[in-house]
Write a protein that binds this ligand. Structure first.
Ligand SMILES: Cc1cc2nc3c(=O)[nH]c(=O)nc-3n(C[C@H](O)[C@H](O)[C@H](O)COP(=O)(O)O)c2cc1C
Length: 141
């Protein structure tokens, strides 16, 4: 089943310091166009210098992305938290939620990216809630 729906989530630490709007905008542009093309949806949480990402779509596209993420020098210490079949998509598109852009979400974002034990399902649900609270127009989508 090479094209069956899968979900992957990961934690990592940014190496581009300090995180800047320009750096995030560059990342957003590439991610959005690549993910649209590859049938991938999901979200990337950015808080301080940490990332939590969730991506869902065809299995092959996801494995391909994992390989690219692992070669990307903009982050390190990548920890894949889950990678497996999913029954349905949780995210309708791919979006980026950053404390730099949405300071009002800073406290929740800090929880989502924290490295300690918190169930991956909980993290994904928290991130999904945060993406829903983004403005329809004007947010980084
Ligand atoms: C935290 C983080 C998340 C990323 N998420 C994605 C993503 O969802 N989709 C994507 O195509 N690239 C993503 N990238 C960028 C890839 O690592 C890679 O640079 C990009 O896909 C282009 O790869 P290429 O130069 O090998 O074609 C991400 C990079 C970082 C640092």
């Amino acid at each position: 089943m090479p094209t069956s729906l899968h979900r992957m989530s990961y934690l990592s630490a940014a190496t581009f310091q300090p995180l800047s709007l320009i750096g995030l905008a560059g990342l957003l542009a590439v991610c959005q166009s690549n993910n649209d093309r590859n049938g991938l949806t999901g979200a990337l949480a950015v808080s301080s210098d940490r990332f939590f990402g969730v991506v869902e779509g065809p299995r092959d596209s996801l494995f391909n992305l994992v390989a690219r993420l692992q070669r990307d020098g903009r982050h390190r210490d990548i920890r894949i938290l889950e990678l497996g079949p999913a029954s349905a998509r949780i995210f309708e598109r791919w979006s980026l939620v950053a404390d730099l852009v949405e300071p009002r979400l800073a406290i929740s974002l800090a929880d989502v990216v924290m490295p300690d034990a918190i169930a991956v399902e909980t993290r994904v649900a928290m991130l999904e809630g945060l993406t829903r609270s983004l403005p329809q127009v004007g947010g980084l989508r």
